[in-house]
Write a protein that binds this ligand. Structure first.
Ligand code: P6P
Length: 319
């Protein structure tokens, strides 16, 4: 049982030695509180709907996407510990304002994942990962193109029936629930990936699946493997969070013709793959572990298979 009177502040103070890293995590948690409150009141505060802009992904920008993005950039800038940022919403390098050449940390994030679910009150979330910078060149995008196995800490906030912050650092993944008084309290510690039999796939893409992936899913569905059931929210962060706690595997295969995936390596797949690995799960693309992939572009997309080690290993035997 966790001591539920432990709040995030006390947790990071007791568990993270580097006060600068503490401050980065603290600033992310403040941003997630602000985003959570805005998500919950979006319908009242005219934050639903679209801005009319198109982002670097070619997607119509939701008002809450823009709000979440600006909130994270502002909070991370205010921390005075961040050298550079990368966001799903922005074409390339984001520098804190004012610039912070002495900042040690690089933070990449998807400010609001699952935007298509915003207007219908289905769970969405913020995903982040923190790295040490590799140099002090404010124009060197290599600071953002680090492998996932270089991550110092990663996590997400899921804005669902409750707001839960997941933080994974130094071999431990813990969950914090946002209280009515706007404080994150420790509610689960040292999470180990659950083992329930769930697969999470957009089956409308079935006809584009490779024969190996079809065989893999049919095995999961079979009596032999325990007749897995299907769950799919359409928000990666919500599907991942459910599988992390209860068990299961999520898959969004790359297009077999182009080899291009839908999900973004740097600020969606890597942060969650880091959490999965720290919780005795796994994450691969079509052929290699996600965390070992050397990114070549900030908005690079990959196939993603993430969840219980058993399910990922089973697929690996079939491909
Ligand atoms: P599809 C949301 O837009 C997102 O990026 C992920 O959060 C989610 O897993 C995926 O796209 C859903 O994609 O094609 O099933 O709608």
């Amino acid at each position: 049982m966790v001591n539920k009177s432990t709040n995030l502040e006390e947790y990071i103070d007791s568990f993270i030695e580097d006060s600068n890293l503490q401050e980065v995590i603290r600033s992310i948690s403040i941003a997630c509180k602000t985003i959570s409150n805005s998500v919950r009141l979006a319908g009242i505060n005219d934050l639903l709907g679209k801005t009319g802009d198109i982002n670097v992904q070619g997607e119509k920008v939701e008002k809450l996407d823009e709000f979440a993005n600006n909130t994270l950039i502002n909070q991370l800038s205010k921390s005075k510990k961040v050298f550079m940022m990368g966001s799903e919403e922005i074409e390339s390098i984001i520098l804190p304002q004012p610039e912070n050449p002495n900042g040690e940390y690089v933070v990449v994030f998807d400010p609001l994942d699952g935007s298509s679910n915003i207007d219908v009150s289905i769970s969405i979330g913020t995903i982040f990962a923190i790295y040490k910078k590799i140099n002090s060149d404010p124009q060197d995008v290599d600071n953002l193109l680090q492998k996932g196995n270089q991550i110092l800490a990663s996590g997400y906030a899921v804005y669902g029936s409750s707001t839960v912050l997941c933080l994974s650092i130094i071999n431990k993944t813990s969950l914090f629930t946002l209280s009515g008084d706007q404080e994150f309290f420790l509610t689960s510690e040292n999470i180990v990936h659950g083992d329930s039999k769930v697969y999470s796939i957009n089956e409308s893409n079935w006809n584009k699946f490779t024969d190996e992936n079809k065989l893999w899913v049919n095995k999961l569905r079979s009596e032999e493997f325990g007749k897995y059931t299907a769950r799919y929210v359409g928000s990666l962060v919500a599907d991942f969070h459910r599988n992390l706690i209860k068990g299961g595997v999520f898959a969004y295969p790359a297009d077999p013709k182009s080899g291009i995936g839908r999900l973004r390596l740097i600020y969606e797949c890597n942060p969650l793959a880091f959490i999965a690995k720290q919780s005795k799960g796994r994450a691969t693309d079509e052929s290699e572990d996600i965390l070992d992939i050397k990114p070549t572009a900030l908005h690079q997309r990959v196939g993603l298979y993430i969840g219980g080690e058993e399910e990922i290993n089973l697929r690996e035997k079939l491909i």
